[in-house]
Design a protein around this ligand. Structure first.
Ligand code: ZN
Length: 148
């Protein structure tokens, strides 16, 4: 995702999911979907929508007395961005561990597992035996062990 790197909060993500699903929506519709689940006041939801507009994740268009909201970034783009952010915070040598944990904890369909198996089989052909750590000294235990 090129246009913005502003962090999105969990609360804002809940709003985005409604906007992604509806494509074009009003604050009324967002409030209807989220009030029960989140126990938020309508004013809280409106504040969150405004933040998303300010962060340029959502476009607002005036339609008579109401505003129509639509997404400026797709759900796929955001998920990819968030995933990359997660792995940026992780040492190269620990990525496999993190992925294993995710795979182990998530529910997967037969089709998902087939796709993952195919990707892994392809990767296995070219994967190095070990990975190098590119972390900053003092931010990763890899270097600590090096020094000993
Ligand atoms: Zn490292």
């Amino acid at each position: 995702m090129s246009k913005s790197v502003e962090v999105i909060t969990d609360a804002e993500w809940e709003i985005m999911r409604v906007i992604w699903t509806q494509d074009e929506t009003t604050s009324r519709e967002i409030i209807d979907v989220l009030t029960d689940k989140m126990e938020w006041k309508p004013s809280t939801i409106k504040t969150l929508i405004t933040r998303l507009v300010n962060k340029k994740y959502v476009e607002s268009k005036k339609d008579g007395k109401h505003f129509i909201y639509s997404p400026l970034v797709s759900e796929e783009e955001m998920i990819e961005f968030e995933t990359k952010q997660l792995f940026k915070k992780t040492c190269n040598t620990k990525v496999g561990e993190v992925l294993s944990l995710i795979v182990e904890e998530q529910e997967l369909s037969q089709a998902d597992i087939e796709q993952l198996s195919a990707i892994l089989a392809e990767k296995k052909k070219k994967a190095p035996k070990t990975l190098e750590c590119h972390c900053l000294k003092g931010q990763c235990r890899c270097h600590k062990e090096e020094a000993q």
